[in-house]
Ligand binder design. Structure first.
Ligand code: NAD
Ligand code: UDP
Length: 341
C-alpha cells in the first residue's frame, strides 16, 4: 500500500511512518516543517535502513497539493498535519482555522479528484471539552472549549458530511488522549519548540537541567490528590492504533465513518506522573504548585473499549514504559533534534 502521511515529520507522524515502513507499506511524507525538521525523518530512515520519500509542502498551497497527487497514486492518507497548541489557538484563532480546517479541506478536495477515499484523521480528546461523565465514551457530547478543539470538531463534522454524501469514503477520526513517550531506541521522540506546553516534555527537561522547576497547575481539583488527571498513552501504542484503523477500513465491505478514542482507560494525576518519572530517573524532579491553568479540566480519561472491539487494538505499554522511553529520548537528545542543526 502507498500511504500519504501528512505531518509525518512531526512527533506522532514520525513514529507512525516508521511502523508503516516496518510492516512493508510505501510511505510518502508531506510536511511544511512548521513544527518539525527533516532530522526526525533521517532518523526514521536510519532505523528502517531505507530512504524516506519526503515532499516539503504546505496543505494551504493547493498547487503543491495538486502536484503531489498528480505525481503519486496513493491508496490512503494518514492526516497528522495541523497546528496543536491550545494557548496559541486562543491568541491566533484565524491561523488555526485556516491551517487546520482549510488545510484539511484542500486535502479532501485533492483526494476526491484523485479518487482516493480512505483517510485516517488525527482528532483529539480536546473535542470533549470538560467531560460530564468518566470514562469518556465516543457518545459523549462534543463541546470543545478553545479554537484548536473547535478546529478538530469542525473537521470531524466535515468528514461526517462527506461520508453522508458519498458512500465510498472510508474515514477514521481517531481521538487521541495524551500522547507521551518515544521510540524505545531513543532515536526519535517529541521535540517541542521553545518552552513545552505539555507536562511530560516539561518534566523531562527539568530532569536534564534544561528547565529549573515544573509548575504544577493547581492542586485543588476534585481529584484524589487535587492535581489534574489525564489518560497518557505511549506514542508507540498510538502509532499502532493507526495501523489497526487502516486495516479495519480496508476490510469494510463499503464506506464507513469511524470515530474512536485512542487512550488506555487509566488516568494518572500530575503528581503520580512526577513520582513515576522520579522513580525511573532515580532523582527528584523540582516542582512547585501554582494556580490553575486557564481552560484546564480536572479529569479526562478514555473508555477505550470501542477501539478494542472494532480494531482489536489495545494500549500495551504502561506508565513505566512511558517514563523510561521519554527519559531515554530526552537524555540522549537534551536539545531534541536541534543538537544536530
Ligand atoms: P507535531 O506538531 O509534532 O506534528 C504535526 C506536523 O504537521 C508538523 O511536522 C508540522 O510541521 C506539520 N504541519 C502543520 N501544518 C501543516 C501544513 N499546513 N502543511 C503541511 N504540514 C503541516 O504534532 P503531533 O503531536 O505529532 O500531532 C499530530 C496530530 O495529532 C496533530 O493534528 C495534532 O493536532 C493531533 N493531536 C496531537 C496530540 C498531542 O498531544 N501531541 C493530541 C491530540 C491530537
Ligand atoms: N500540567 C502541569 N504543568 C505543566 C504542564 C501541564 O501541571 O507545565 C498539567 C495540566 O494542568 C494537566 C496535565 O498536566 O492537568 C496534562 O497537561 P498537558 O498540557 O500535557 O495535556 P492536556 O492539558 O492537553 O490534557
Amino acid at each position: 500500500m502507498h500511504i500519504l502521511v501528512t505531518g509525518g515529520a512531526g512527533y506522532i507522524g514520525s513514529h507512525t511512518t516508521l511502523q508503516l515502513l516496518e510492516r512493508g507499506d510505501t510511505v510518502t511524507v508531506f510536511d511544511n516543517l512548521n513544527n518539525s525538521s527533516t532530522i526526525s525523518l533521517e532518523r526514521v530512515s536510519q532505523l528502517i535502513d531505507k530512504p524516506i520519500n519526503f515532499i516539503q509542502g504546505d496543505l494551504i498551497d493547493t498547487n503543491e497539493l495538486h502536484k503531489l497527487f498528480s505525481q503519486f497514486q496513493f491508496d490512503s492518507v494518514v492526516h497528522f498535519a495541523g497546528l496543536k497548541a491550545v494557548g496559541e489557538s486562543v491568541a491566533q484563532p484565524l491561523r488555526y482555522y485556516q491551517n487546520n480546517v482549510s488545510g484539511t479541506l484542500n486535502l479532501l478536495q485533492e483526494m476526491q479528484k484523485a479518487n482516493i477515499k480512505t483517510l485516517i484523521f488525527s482528532s483529539s480528546a480536546t473535542v470533549y471539552g470538560d467531560p460530564q461523565a468518566l470514562p469518556v465514551t465516543e457518545e459523549a457530547p462534543v463541546k470543545p472549549t478553545n479554537p484548536y478543539g473547535q478546529s478538530k470538531a469542525m473537521i470531524e463534522k466535515i468528514l461526517s458530511d462527506l461520508c453522508d454524501s458519498d458512500s465510498e469514503w472510508r474515514i477514521a477520526c481517531l481521538r487521541y488522549f495524551n500522547p507521551v513517550g518515544a521510540h524505545p531506541s531513543g532515536y526519535i521522540g517529541e521535540d517541542p519548540s521553545g518552552i513545552p506546553n505539555n507536562l511530560m516534555p516539561f518534566v523531562s527537561q527539568v530532569a536534564t537541567g534544561l528547565r529549573e522547576c515544573l509548575s504544577v497547575f493547581g492542586n485543588d481539583y476534585d481529584t484524589p490528590d487535587g492535581t489534574g488527571v489525564r489518560d497518557y498513552i505511549h506514542v508507540m501504542d498510538l502509532a499502532q492504533g493507526h495501523l489497526a484503523a487502516l486495516d479495519y477500513l480496508a476490510n469494510q465491505p463499503s464506506g464507513k465513518l469511524l470515530t474512536i478514542n485512542l487512550g488506555t482507560g487509566r488516568g494518572y494525576s500530575v503528581l503520580e506522573m512526577i513520582e513515576a518519572f522520579e522513580k525511573t530517573i532515580g532523582k527528584p524532579i523540582s516542582y512547585r504548585i501554582v494556580g490553575r491553568r486557564s481552560g484546564d479540566v480536572a479529569s479526562c480519561y478514555a473508555d477505550p473499549s470501542l477501539a478494542e472491539k472494532l480494531l482489536d487494538w489495545k494500549a500495551a505499554r504502561g506508565i513505566e514504559d512511558m517514563c523510561i522511553d521519554t527519559w531515554r529520548w530526552q537524555s540522549n537528545n537534551p536539545r531534541g533534534y536541534r543538537e544536530q542543526q
